[in-house]
Design a protein around this ligand. Sequence first.
Ligand code: GLC
Length: 434
Amino acid sequence: MRATGFFYALMELLQRCVAVLNKNRRGNFTIPSPRLYPFQWNWDSGFIAMGHLHDKPSLALTELEALFNGQWENGFLPHIVFYHEENYKTYFPSADYWNAKVNAPNPLKTSGITQPPVHGYVLEALFNAGVDKNRLTSLFKKVLRYHNYLYKNREFNNSGLVAIWHNWESGMDNSPWWDAVFDTIRDEDLENIALNRKDVLEVEESSLTRPKNIDYKKYLYLINLLKKQHYLSISSDYPFQIIDPVFNAILIRSNRSLINLGKKLGINTTFIEQKQAIGLNHFNEYLFDDLSNLYFPYNIKQGKQIKIECSGSYLPVFAGIPDKSKVIEMMDKQINQPDTMMFPSCAPYEPGFEKKNYWRGPVWINMNWMIWKGLLDYGLYHKAELLKTQTIDLVKKYGIFEYFPPFKNSDDTKGLGGADFSWTAALIIDMIKN
Ligand code: GLC
C-alpha cells in the first residue's frame, strides 16, 4: 500500500511539473517563471530542455534553437533573449537598458553578459535520445562557437579557465562569494544609478528573499561599465574578474560532451580538446582548497580564493574533477549535517548565510541536479539516490518554486521566490524519469 501511495504521489508531482512547463511555454521557448522572468534565459533553457528530453525531445531542440537565435556574431551567447517586446516594461533591466548593438543580433534584442554553458551537456543527452541529426548538428556548431568565444575572450593567463565579468554570469546572483568584490565599489560610484525594479513586486517577503537595492545598484554599475565597451572587453581595473568553479566545471563538463559528439558527428573539436586538457591541469591549482576539501572561486584582481562554503563548492563533482575518494569525503560532510537539506547555496555556518535570501542560503534544484548527475557518473549510486530523494521531497513538500528553505525543520509551508519555476519542474521530471 505504502509503495503504491508513494508511486501515485510521484506521478502526481510529475504531472504538475509537466503542467508548469506547458504553462510557461511561449511559442518556441519557455520563460523561467510567470511575470518574474518574462523572456528566455540562457542556462534556464538548457535545464528546461532536459525536462522535454524524455517525452518531447524535438521540443528540447526547439528550446535551444530559440536561445541560439540570440547568439552574437562573435559566438557570445547572452544570458537573456528579449522575445516579446510587449513585456519590456514589466522587467528591469530590460532590452533598452542593455542597449547591446555591436555583434548583437538585430532586430532581436539581448543582454550583454552570459551564463554557465550547460548546453553542450544537454546536446549529448539529446543525441542519446535520438533527436533529428541535422538539427542537432546545426546546434552543435553554434555551441562550439560559443565555447570558442569563451576561450578566445575570457581565458585567464593561458590556464584553460575562463573568467566571468558579472555576478549574473555565474547564475548565482547575490551569492556571498561576490560580497568582497562588491565591497570595493564605492557609494559615490552609485550616485547616478537609478533603479526601477519589478522583481520585488512579484515575490512574497521580497525584502528577505531578494537582493537589496544597494546590491542591485552595484550590479547595474558593472553593466554600465561593460556597456561602454559594448560588452566586448574589460579594462584591467574592472572590478569583477572571477574564475568561478561553477561556470568552469560546467564548461568542462560540456566540453567533454562536445568532444564525444564531435567524434560521432565527424566534426573537428581539436581547439576545445586542447583547452580542456589545459583547464583540467589548472582547475585544482586555482580553485581547490586542500584544507577544507572544497572548491572556491578565484578572485583574479586580488590573486586569491574566496573561501566561503557554497553549493558551488561541490559543483566540480558534475564535471568529474575531484578524485572519487575526495568526492566521498565531500559528500559525507554534507550528508552528515543533521539539520540541513542538500545543498544550501551558502553553508549555515558562514557569516554571509541568510536562510531565505536567494543564493545566500536556500537550496536550488539545478545545483542538486548537477551534483546528482556527477555522483551517478562516479558510480556513487547510494549517495546519488539520497540526494535525489531529498531533492524530490523538497519540491513535494513546498511546491514547484524557484528556491527552497535549507533547514529540515523549517516552518515554511511554501517554497521561495517565483512560483511555477520552469527549471525546478524540468529537472524534477528528469529525476523522476531516471
Ligand atoms: C535568477 C537566477 C538565475 C536565473 C534567472 C532566471 O536571476 O539567479 O540563475 O537564470 O533568475 O531564472
